[in-house]
Ligand binder design. Structure first.
Ligand code: HT9
Ligand code: FE2
Length: 338
């Protein structure tokens, strides 16, 4: 592929409220155009309020940016790093406008989502298209880096994070954000999670399962299962007493990790008599930061294309028609054009 010369990297993430007054407007941004009932928003708002109305996600992304700046400096990569979000400040469109002001002609984009799904992949690409359209002709070219769920840097960091808390003999349970089954059918989310869980568990040497967390939406709409809380109860029935929990589907310990796992799932574990330890997400683990630098060098310096497992590197750009939104979430009810 013919690569342009890149003059910046933009970290693209979900965003989160900075204080109590931000919580409801943030949640309305997240769920705009979708049928998430107000009752569900109220429940989630309460979860943010437990954290003083402030999500840890923005600080975690800033920490990752700091780590990447140091990594770039140590490897003579001369790319300024920008930060833009889908749902909160700094909003992506403002960041793209800033890049245009600064004379950036082409930027690489690193999304904080390792796996393939509408929420974690295509929706970020839609965000980029919308932000570029908003800024107009002077907007830089925005080039998303390929998915890195099977990059050795990510996988090595996951293995190492598990080692921080794992006890030999404990059951290793991986979690990822549940998504509607109607969303899962258009992407490789489940198979990617399954393959990486198997590979990581093999390296740790543990029996393992994959469970899902943080589902929303009405109960009659099917989402990926088992839910982590139900699964802990099932494990207890099988006389499992020690669990290592690894939130494989996330790259930082944001609200959904700290609330849904450290608070809710931990309570479930206690109530069913399981001694559970949660492994940290990759965060700024040096192996992860190295892997992200290699992902950039793949595009800027002819660096090697690295991956582990069977699926091969995620294609760059994404395959047409992949990671589509579920039909019910589009205004027309039809399939969006790829
Ligand atoms: C696959 C996936 C990821 C992982 C990939 C990625 O990282 O992108 C992810 C990440 C995140 N999800 C987050 C927060 C929320 N997700 C929601 C809602 C939803 N997520 C979905 C999927 C995912 N979500 C889906 C299918 C919905 C329902 C419909 C919809 O609205 O699309 C809602 C609305 C209320 C609710 O229904 O729970 C909130 C508040 C935060 C921020 C945490 C913080 O603040 O620290 C993060 C990193
Ligand atoms: Fe989410």
């Amino acid at each position: 592929m013919d690569e342009p010369t890149y003059d910046a990297l933009c970290l693209l993430s979900f965003g989160g409220p900075e204080g109590p007054d931000d919580v409801m407007p943030f949640l309305r941004n997240v769920t705009a155009g979708r049928n998430v009932p107000d009752a569900r928003l109220a429940v989630v708002a309460e979860q943010y309020e437990r954290f003083g109305g402030r999500s840890p996600i923005n600080d975690q992304n800033l920490a990752l940016i700091d780590a990447l700046r140091a990594e770039f400096a140590a490897h003579d990569i001369d790319l300024p790093i920008y930060f833009g979000n889908r749902n909160w400040e700094p909003y992506l469109a403002d960041t793209v406008a800033q890049m245009a002001d600064d004379g950036v002609a082409n930027a690489l984009v690193l999304a904080t989502s390792a796996f393939s799904s509408y929420s974690g992949c295509r929706q970020y690409r839609e965000d980029l298209d919308r932000a570029a359209a908003e800024v107009g002709e002077r907007a830089p070219g925005l080039h998303k880096l390929r998915l890195y769920y099977n990059h050795p840097g990510f996988v090595d960091a996951v293995v190492d994070r598990i080692a921080e808390v794992h006890r030999p003999g404990a059951r290793l349970v991986f979690t990822a954000h549940s998504i509607p089954v109607s969303m899962a059918q258009w992407c490789d989310y489940e198979s990617q999670l399954d393959e990486m869980a198997r590979l990581v568990a093999g390296r740790v040497g543990a029996d393992w399962d994959l469970a899902f967390q943080s589902r929303s939406g009405p109960p009659h709409v099917p989402w990926l299962e088992p839910d982590i809380n139900d699964h802990l109860a099932t494990l207890a029935e099988q006389c499992v007493t020690e669990v290592t929990l690894m939130p494989l589907g996330f790259v930082s310990d944001h609200m959904e990790v700290q609330f849904d796992l450290d608070f809710q799932a931990a309570e479930t574990a206690t109530s069913v008599g399981i001694d559970m330890r949660r492994a940290p997400t990759v965060g700024t683990h040096p192996a992860f930061v190295t892997g992200l630098r290699q992902l950039v060098e793949e595009r800027t310096a002819g660096g090697p294309v690295l991956w582990v497992g069977e699926a091969g590197p995620w294609p760059d750009p994404c395959p047409a028609g992949h990671c589509l939104a579920p039909a019910t979430s589009t205004p027309t009810g039809g399939r969006p054009t790829p």
